[in-house]
Design a protein around this ligand. Structure first.
Ligand SMILES: Nc1ncnc2c1ncn2[C@@H]1O[C@H](COP(=O)(O)OP(=O)(O)O)[C@@H](O)[C@H]1O
Ligand SMILES: [Mg+2]
Length: 221
């Protein structure tokens, strides 16, 4: 089983949006998937409870229960655990990073988000975890040109020393409509731009998560 934690110390960056979309994508791809919601705001829980169709298993837990939940999920034969984290306290975020095989750092193209991601990057690297930065809520291209804010954000994020996902998410109403019904953007409007972004991001995250080395293997090598 692989564990992917969505991390950002800024509220509103898009952790829950990505956690729900990735968990549903994994479920639809045939992975036995659990979404652990360790954020007391319970936004991922609200989203998945609005879902009518079968979907990922939902666990509403405190950060302190995450390790135990992971062990149970592994014993139950699950393939993937997605963890939706709060912005704070730091100790709870670090629990999720500790448990993760891959940390997905969610970042809007703003100065404060980038500064915050730089700090989170430090923690991820200190704990020796693979990480990936995903740019979210990027403004749309204008006349085919990438807005300066996005170009500058990508340039600044390169200094963090973690890979930046080749596909980010634009600010699109589809994400808000979809999550209100417990759907992924792919289910809400198949083939639409938001759907294509999620499909490509899921494929990237899937490949990265599956390529991470199992902790047990790492110990014996
Ligand atoms: N790419 C996006 N486009 C439009 N709205 C988005 C996007 N990502 C997130 N949102 C919206 O922004 C708000 C905060 O997102 P959320 O995923 O709850 O962030 P976090 O979990 O990091 O606090 C929500 O209302 C969500 O629907
Ligand atoms: Mg959230």
């Amino acid at each position: 089983m692989k564990t992917v934690a969505l991390v950002s110390r800024k509220g509103g960056a898009g952790k829950t949006t990505l956690a729900v979309n990735l968990a549903i994508s994994a479920h639809l791809a045939g992975f036995k998937t659990m979404l652990a919601d360790i954020d007391p705001q319970r936004s991922a829980t609200d989203a998945l409870k609005a879902r009518v169709a079968p979907g990922p298993i939902l666990m509403e837990i405190n950060a302190g229960k995450l390790f135990q939940t992971k062990v149970h999920a592994e014993h139950a034969g699950l393939d993937l655990l997605i963890v939706d984290t709060p912005a704070a306290p730091e100790a709870d975020v670090l629990q999720a990073v500790q448990c993760a095989d891959l940390c997905v750092l969610v970042c809007r193209p703003t100065f404060l988000d980038i500064a915050s991601v730089a700090r989170s990057t430090e923690a991820v690297r200190r704990l020796g975890k693979p990480g990936l930065i995903v740019l979210n809520q990027a403004p749309a291209k204008r006349l085919g040109e990438e807005p300066t804010t996005v170009l500058q954000a990508v340039q600044a994020l390169r200094f963090c020393g973690l890979p930046i996902a080749p596909i980010g998410l634009r600010a699109r109403a589809a994400y808000q409509h979809a999550i209100a019904r417990g759907l992924s953007a792919c289910e809400w409007a198949p083939g639409d731009p938001a759907s294509q972004e999620i499909e490509r991001l899921w494929r990237h995250v899937e490949a990265l998560a599956l390529s991470t080395q199992d902790v047990s293997q790492a110990r014996t090598n």
